[in-house]
Design a protein around this ligand. Structure first.
Ligand code: NAI
Ligand code: MG
Length: 355
């Protein structure tokens, strides 16, 4: 099988870590019978400055017509509003209907400051407050701003199904002997339906119904109100396996959970739709270290694994995770954000040698 992968480095350290992603794909053993072809694609702030468009039509069309999956580095966003600029990854999620944002957070080796963590946040990616239908108007006592929070049964159902499938897959992987702190699959449905009884109420009820389907019989299902969820997540992260949440809560929980494992340079994500996945490290373009060759490539390497999982190449994904975990467990070849002295290249070499 040949997988066609679009490479979108973007800005800053995106250009230093995406080549690492390509290298690990090329280094996978031939016994997997897996080949890759690569297409370099533009997006980001520099692309915007050159062409007036942060996400060229060619990038979108090539992804749609000619790619099975993609890797996205990071893009810089101006801190003040720049006329005509909008985030390319947000636009890509819409254009390719990548309705789930999946973020595993796992502790390995010496990089961890908290307890054992091995969880995945499955965030709805298309609606909620992020439909961006906002308006401001003059009220009797000054300005008033409003935003629409939209929750649909369809989007809630498919994101809960995605969470169910991920919980089952994680269980499958554990059965192959992979080490884990979890015995039984568990999905935690996150909401605030005690206050927002209609919107979050619909999310909660729909997610519950989705997870009550017979194919998910083996999965434990619980629910938590988002604020106490934050408390519990930090008190006892090991209690969580798969967390499913509407867009805004999922966004906040994802970044919070990333803090449990030490460095942003470790945490991967994937934007997933039906039959397409984009792997994306969680960090940004890191202008403070760009060009120095010291960016941590681990988040990107793990994002490559995630992309492969969603392209049904679980075996290749598992090999990548194992190689990365090996590097972290040994803890000898670490980049500066992890307290080490290794350069990006050296970390990549160390991981490749463990493949
Ligand atoms: P950032 O994630 O770029 O950096 C935060 C801190 O973490 C910095 O000190 C950076 O050096 C460090 N860091 C991040 N990734 C690292 C890695 N792989 N290895 C070692 N150290 C790493 O977030 P920041 O500084 O808030 O934003 C910088 C730019 O990135 C902004 O323009 C922002 O808009 C953009 N950004 C883009 C994202 C995306 O493309 N998905 C996500 C977050 C920010
Ligand atoms: Mg975020």
């Amino acid at each position: 099988r040949t997988l066609r992968i679009g490479l979108i480095p973007g800005d800053g350290i995106g250009r230093e870590v995406i080549p690492a992603g390509r290298r690990i794909l090329e280094a996978l053993p031939s016994s997997l019978n897996l080949k890759f072809s690569f297409t370099d694609l533009d997006a980001g702030f520099e692309t915007f400055q050159k062409t007036g468009n942060a996400l060229p039509e060619k990038t979108v069309e090539t992804l749609k017509q000619e790619c099975d999956g993609a890797l996205f580095g990071a893009v810089s966003s101006p801190t003040t509003k720049v006329q005509g600029y909008s985030s390319p990854i947000v636009a890509l999620r819409k254009k390719l209907d990548l309705y789930a944002n999946v973020r595993p957070v796992k502790s390995v080796g010496n990089g961890d400051k908290g307890g054992k963590v091995d969880l995945v946040i499955v965030r709805e990616n298309t609606e909620d407050l992020y439909v961006k239908e906002e308006k401001t108007y003059d009220g009797p006592n000054g300005k008033i701003a409003e935003a629409i929070k939209r929750i649909s049964e369809r989007a809630s159902f498919r994101i809960a199904n995605m969470a169910g499938e991920i919980a089952l897959r994680r269980q499958r992987v554990r059965k192959t002997g992979a080490e884990s702190i979890h015995q039984k699959p568990l999905v935690t449905v996150t909401h605030k339906s005690n206050v927002l009884s209609q919107t979050d109420g619909l999310f909660r009820e729909t997610a519950r119904n989705a997870l009550a389907q017979s194919q998910y019989n083996s999965i434990g299902v619980e629910e938590q109100i988002v604020d106490s969820m934050v408390y519990n997540l930090f008190r006892q992260p090991s209690a969580y396996d798969v967390i499913v949440a509407p867009n805004l809560y999922g966004d906040i929980l994802s970044d919070g959970a990333a803090a449990l494992v030490g460095s942003l340079g470790l945490v991967p994500s994937a934007n997933v739709g039906d039959g397409f996945a984009i792997g994306e490290p969680c960090h940004g373009s890191a202008p403070d270290i760009q060009g120095q060759g010291i960016a941590n490539p681990i988040a990107t390497l793990r994002s490559v694994g995630l992309m492969l999982e969603f392209l049904a190449e679980e075996k290749a994904a598992a090999m990548i995770y194992k190689a990365v975990d090996g590097n972290l467990e040994e803890g000898k070849v670490l980049s500066p954000d992890m307290g080490g002295r290794a350069r990006t290249e050296q970390v990549v070499e160390d991981v490749l040698k463990r493949l």
